[in-house]
Design a protein around this ligand. Structure first.
Ligand code: PMP
Length: 389
């Protein structure tokens, strides 16, 4: 029997064979003409993936938190006011990073875990202060809550506030039209819906964000994240010229370019539609099994992952162990208020209908082993019905 397990956590996810092949290629020089071509092409493709034709992409070695750090370090000066639209753990992290660079941070929080502040609440906050920037966590991976980026960005425009979106768990999975929606900066990481192993921090800065950076009166407080260092490098690679500041992770960028090619071949709209369809099928299965989700309403539920409460009386740790033994790796909880009460399933990137069915099947077997009473197959039937529909 094959003993390879299916990885269905909210990042890293499963990657395509072509992407993995690029990871295993002989590493070339970061100044080799063929690598310069690949890096330049990846930068160009990112504009199409972020739907931001006028954006400036930055791709550096690091995780998603470095991308958050880069956004804050380059946009914030000591004393600037920042508004955090808070939907969970990663919104809190953004607040902490902004504070580290000297921002005065105000949080507009959801009334309860699994909720999101309303547009009215955010507008009231924007009205009450003068904020240089606001941050939005598009999908907070701790709650699986999706924010209304389009509506929030429109408010940001109305109040003259830079709009910064943490798209680590959304870019290339959830619909996000950076330029059309008026978002000034979107950041992400390689290991989720972008379909590339962990290790790349990615930022797409729109014209207003770059302008705010250029108008700084104080130096950027983080040497590694400073756009002063990285902008000439990104521009050089895109012009197919050699340049050096920090050694780029050659194989990761090669793999990223392969994945971006696959993403654009699928098309952004069909890709988001696939994520929605698979997410709906998976969520239908959880509902049929009688499991409750963390997001307080279906409209607040992300399509890149699902967060589900353990059933009453079921030991969560044991259940995840049984599901793992049944062949699928899932993630436990993350939000500090409910951490031990729920688990998370990532379904993004190259995920297929078969992956959804395998995962639901493993969850059913795990639940049965954990002593949960349900009709075997109801989750699978619900997912299958949604996939066939
Ligand atoms: N923001 C969000 C929404 C995330 O899901 C994550 C990672 N799960 C991060 C930021 C941080 O990314 P990383 O773990 O790659 O530093």
């Amino acid at each position: 029997m094959k003993d390879r397990k299916l990885l269905m956590i909210p990042g890293p996810v499963e990657f395509t064979p072509e992407v993995m092949q690029a990871m295993g290629m002989p590493t070339t020089s970061h100044l080799a003409p063929n690598f310069i071509e690949v890096f330049g092409q990846a930068l160009e493709r990112l504009r199409d993936v972020f739907l931001c034709p006028a954006g400036q992409p930055f791709v550096v070695a690091g995780s998603g938190s470095l991308a958050m750090d880069m956004a804050a370090a380059n946009l914030v000066e000591v004393g600037d006011a920042a508004l955090v639209v808070n939907t969970g753990y990663f919104s809190d992290r953004f607040g902490a990073i902004l504070e580290r660079y000297g921002a005065q941070v105000t949080h507009v929080r959801a009334a309860a875990v699994g909720g999101a502040p309303t547009l009215e609440e955010v507008e009231a906050a924007l009205n009450a202060g003068r904020y240089k920037l606001m941050t939005i966590t598009h999908v907070d991976t701790s709650t699986a809550v999706v924010a209304d980026v389009k509506g929030l960005a429109a408010l940001g425009r109305k109040y003259g506030t830079l709009v910064v979106v943490d798209g680590v768990c959304s870019v290339a999975g959830e619909a996000l039209r950076q330029e059309e929606w008026g978002v000034d900066l979107v950041l992400t990481a390689s290991q989720k819906a972008l379909g590339t192993p962990p290790g790349l921090a990615l930022v797409m800065a729109g014209p207003r964000a770059l302008e705010a950076f250029r108008r700084r009166s104080t130096p950027v407080g983080c040497y590694y994240a400073d756009w002063t260092n990285w902008l000439p490098i990104m521009e050089a690679y895109e012009a197919r010229k050699p340049a050096y500041y920090g050694t780029p992770p050659v194989n990761l960028i090669w793999a990223l370019n392969v994945s971006l090619g696959q993403i654009l071949e699928e098309g952004m709209e069909p890709r988001c539609a696939r994520h929605r369809r698979l997410s709906n099928a998976f969520k239908a299965a959880m509902g049929a099994l009688g499991l409750k989700q963390v997001p307080l309403s279906p409209e607040l539920a992300a399509t890149t992952l699902t967060a589900v409460y353990y059933p009453e009386g079921v030991d969560g740790g044991a259940l995840l162990g049984y599901i793992g033994a049944a062949g699928v790796i899932l993630a436990g909880g993350l939000h500090p208020e409910i951490r031990t009460r729920y688990f998370r399933i990532g379904h993004m990137g190259a995920v297929s209908p078969s992956d959804i069915l395998v995962t639901v099947g493993a969850i059913e077997r795990g639940l049965a082993q954990a002593g949960y009473s349900f009709e075997a197959g109801v989750g699978l039937a619900a997912a299958q019905a949604a996939l066939i529909r």
